[in-house]
Design a protein. Structure first.
Length: 243
C-alpha cells in the first residue's frame, strides 16, 4: 500500500534533536522527503541519516530561523532540490527562563526570534510555493504555555501566545487556497529544552518526543477538506495544570 505522504516534501525546523528529529523520522517513515533545519550542522546530519534509513531523502541545512536571509536561502534550496514544499513544521524553539523582573532583553529577543519571528519568516517564504502548488499544511509547535502563562515563563509564554495569534491570522488569510495552519500544544516532553529547566524530573511521567511526533503526523495526513485548528497533548500521569 502507498505510504500516506509518498511524494510529499516536508520542511521541519528544530530538526537537530528532540521533537523535531522524531517528527522528521516519522514523516520519512510515512513516505515524505524531508528538509531539515536547525543551527547545529553536525546534529542535523545525524537526523539526516535517520531520515534516509527510514526511506526518505534528506536535505540538511544549518539555519538560524530568526535570520531572514538564512530562511530565504533555506526555502530557496529546498525548492531547488525538491521543487515543492507540502508540509511546513515550525518546531524550532528556545526558552529564556526566569522571572520577568530579571529577564534580559537579549533573552527575550532570542525567545521571540526563535519561537515567533522564525515561524513568521518560514511561513512567508514557503507560502508562495504552497499557493503555486494549490495547497499545503503548516503545523506550528506551540506549548501549553501558549494558552496559560506561568512563573519564570514570561518570554516563552508570550512568544507562544504570539505564535497562536500568527497561526490563527494566517489560517484565515489562506483558507480559500487549500492551505491549513494548525497548532500542536504539547505538555512536558522529555527533550533538552525541558531537561535544562528541570534536570531532576521523573522522565517516566512526561511525554516522549515520539508521542508529539505522532500527533504532528496525524495533522500532516488529514484530508485537504479537514482543518484541525489545534491539538493539546498532555502526559496522562502528570499534574492537571496546563503546562
Ligand atoms: N519539551 C517540552 O516539554 C515542550 C513542551 C511544549 C512545547 N515544546 C516545543 O517543542 C518544540 C521543540 O522543542 P524540544 O522540546 O524538542 O526541544 P529541543 O530538543 O531543545 O529542540 C529544540 C530545537 O530547536 C532548534 N533551535 C533552537 N533555536 C533555533 C534557532 N534560532 N534556529 C533554528 N533552530 C533552532 C534546536 O537546534 P539547534 O540548537 O541546533 O539550533 C533544536 O533542534 C519547541 O518549539 C518547544 O517550545 C516543548
Amino acid at each position: 500500500m502507498d505510504k500516506a505522504l509518498f511524494g510529499q516534501v516536508a520542511l521541519v525546523t528544530g530538526a537537530s534533536r528532540g521533537i523535531g528529529r522524531a517528527t522528521a523520522v516519522v514523516l520519512a517513515e510515512n513516505g515524505a522527503n524531508v528538509v531539515l533545519a536547525a543551527r547545529s550542522a553536525a546534529d542535523l546530519e545525524e537526523t539526516a541519516k535517520l531520515v534516509r534509513s527510514a526511506g526518505g531523502k534528506a536535505l540538511a541545512m544549518a539555519t538560524d530561523v530568526s535570520d531572514e536571509d538564512a530562511v530565504r536561502n533555506l526555502v530557496a534550496r529546498a525548492l531547488s532540490e525538491f521543487g515543492r514544499v507540502d508540509i511546513l513544521i515550525n518546531n524550532a524553539g528556545g526558552n529564556s527562563r526566569g522571572p520577568i523582573a530579571s529577564l534580559s532583553l537579549a533573552g527575550w529577543q532570542m525567545t521571540w526570534g526563535t519561537n515567533t519571528t522564525g515561524p513568521f519568516l518560514l511561513c512567508r517564504e514557503v507560502l508562495p510555493a504552497m499557493q503555486r502548488q494549490g495547497g499545503g499544511k503548516i503545523i506550528n509547535v506551540v506549548s501549553g504555555r501558549g494558552r496559560q502563562g506561568g512563573a519564570n515563563s514570561g518570554a516563552y509564554s508570550a512568544s507562544k501566545f504570539g505564535l497562536v495569534g500568527l497561526s490563527q491570522s494566517l489560517a484565515e488569510e489562506v483558507r480559500d487556497e487549500n492551505i491549513t495552519v494548525s497548532c500542536v500544544l504539547p505538555g512536558p516532553t522529555d527533550t533538552e529544552l525541558r531537561r535544562t529547566g528541570r534536570p531532576n524530573e521523573d522522565k517516566s511521567l512526561i511525554l516522549r518526543p515520539e508521542d508529539v511526533a505522532e500527533v504532528i503526523l496525524f495533522l500532516a495526513t488529514r484530508p485537504a477538506n479537514v482543518y484541525i485548528t489545534e491539538i493539546p497533548v498532555r502526559p496522562r500521569r502528570y499534574y492537571t495544570g496546563i503546562a
